[in-house]
Design a protein around this ligand. Sequence first.
Ligand SMILES: [Fe+2]
Ligand SMILES: [Fe+2]
Length: 351
Amino acid sequence: MDVFEAPGTAPESAAATQTAAASTGAPTAEDEQGLARFLELIESDARVEPTDWMPAAYRKTLVRQISQHAHSEIIGMQPEGNWITRAPSLKRKAILMAKVQDEAGHGLYLYSAAQTLGTDRDTMFEQLITGKAKYSSIFNYLTPTWADMGSIGWLVDGAAICNQVPLCRASYGPYGRAMVRICKEESFHQRQGFEILLSLMNGTDAQRQMAQESVNRWYAPALMMFGPPDEDSPNSQQSMAWKIKRFSNDDLRQRFVDMLVPQAEILGVTLPDPDLKFNEETGHYDFGELDWSEFYEVLKGNGQANTVRVAKRRAAHENGAWVREAARAYADKQAAAAEAAALAANEMVAA
Ligand SMILES: [Fe+2]
Ligand SMILES: [Fe+2]
């Protein structure tokens, strides 16, 4: 299970690797050949492309993961978009606006990648605005202070990078390629968040307090972005076997904590975990238990902002109906003109 994936929604086992044909009857020779070729691609670390044969469960897992990832990018625009007009300077506004626009772009690359698997964008949007689709729980937390823009960049985009860099090597080509570009932008996002916190930590006592208070709120939810502990994440195994996912939730979480500690020292913020300490034996930082009951509550829809986020997305979708209609009318007109031109050209040839 990855950062944007809800537990309990994945195809349940390796048995799900059966082919589509196998579920409706005996696999055809074509399916058997397809499966052999698919396994060969996975084995040799090559990319699976949209036109390649793939197991139905692989396709389904990817559609779910990529669309949840896309939804997270789009919903993730809200907690920060909400600060654009209140950012403390013109420079901060410009940076934040660019960052939020990047997230919209990430959503678009990812919806496009998911579409190559045969699920259309309208279906995915519908699932999001009716509350059927999951997105990362982190975006159901509120952003009451400016320092939260720093914490989101530093911790949330930071966790996203740890999770997403290995996804650049995901076995499905369009997903991996989308991630390459996304990761470049995420690293800018993390730096801008770090820099917001650094400015606050170099400011007045009140600013330092604001930064620390914000880090206190975001630290644990950011660690939970990697999903439940490995023993509670049975679907991860299949995703790792398919080379969609390359590292387990706990490994990624450890990597994240190891990255954060020295950065927190530079900032001068305290990470809110009394059990956090370097372990000479393992060479990693040990850290305390996370409150997974909170994670599951937010996932169930009981976070601070679940209802607000989906309602706002739905309103934006409805307000944008005229744009989609206009784009469709324009596309129809272009297609009709192209058809008329082709017809005229044919007639000239015939004459
Ligand atoms: Fe993003
Ligand atoms: Fe980001």
